[in-house]
Design a binder for this molecule. Structure first.
Ligand SMILES: [Zn+2]
Length: 251
């Protein structure tokens, strides 16, 4: 995405001290200087995405289109019929020429989702190129670089919505619920998922709790995101994607 540290600092209007402050703990954050975001960064009026008036409604409407196609796919009996069912996607007709996108982006929603191959946000939300700013890892956890990426999305790209999305049959949450030995790095990955679990939770409940836990981490660990939410520049929501129905529901 052509990001380097200098352009991020200049483009977002953030100070180095402010960025350091964004990584401070909860107790230290009250001491940090307030951050200012340069909202003039997109003074150039060339549209770089199909900006909806209501990003959350647009996501859910896109998912309705996907779910309808997906359910037709599920009842089709041949490969050709399934292909026909899915061909109804990407029909909303809101696309930009590539040369417009060579000089910038203006995604209208950020998605923190699982790396699972069945959970592609662009597909699930029937979104066009440049619509979504997507961060994925197994278990959709709020790991450091995910939070940093979301900070870039909010501070520099002015993305007004973050959705943290869990999904049915999540392998990372299943791994966190069991004590089978994992590699050291995988142990590190499931650690925050285990922190979100409670005894007796069903898998679906555990997946939803994990997504909620990750969403809370975003504002607890990032002053950029916390301030944006308080200022009304950012909305953070939690959702659950059901693989069978294709439906995304808010949690
Ligand atoms: Zn998963």
């Amino acid at each position: 995405m052509g990001l380097n540290r200098r352009s991020f600092l200049l483009g977002s209007g953030l100070t180095a001290a402010g960025l350091v402050g964004s990584w401070l703990g909860e107790a230290d954050r009250a001491e940090a200087a307030p951050l200012k975001v340069n909202t003039a960064i997109q003074a150039d009026e060339t549209p770089r995405s199909c900006q909806p008036q209501d990003p959350l409604a647009a996501l859910l409407e896109g998912n309705e289109r996907f779910a309808a196609a997906w359910q037709s796919n599920n009842t089709a009996t041949t490969m050709a019929a399934r292909a026909e069912a899915m061909s109804s996607l990407w029909t909303k007709g809101c696309y930009l020429p590539g040369d417009t996108l060579t000089t910038g982006q203006a995604p209208w929603a950020s998605i923190l989702s699982c790396a699972d191959s069945r959970v592609s946000p662009e597909w699930i939300f029937d979104a066009a190129p440049a619509d979504l700013f997507v961060i994925r890892s197994a278990g959709n956890t709020a790991f450091d670089n995910a939070i940093a990426s979301l900070e870039f999305g909010v501070a520099t790209l002015h993305t007004p919505l973050i959705m943290v999305m869990g999904h049915s049959d999540c392998g990372a949450v299943k791994a966190a619920r069991h004590s089978a030995p994992l590699t050291p790095l995988l142990e590190q990955l499931v650690k925050p998922i285990r922190a979100s679990l409670s005894p007796g939770n069903t898998l679906a409940t555990a997946i939803k709790r994990n997504a909620g836990f990750a969403a809370k981490q975003l504002t607890q660990r990032s002053r950029v995101l916390a301030d944006a939410e308080v200022d009304g520049r950012l909305t953070i929501v939690v959702s659950y994607f059901d693989i069978l129905s294709g439906k995304v529901s808010l949690v």
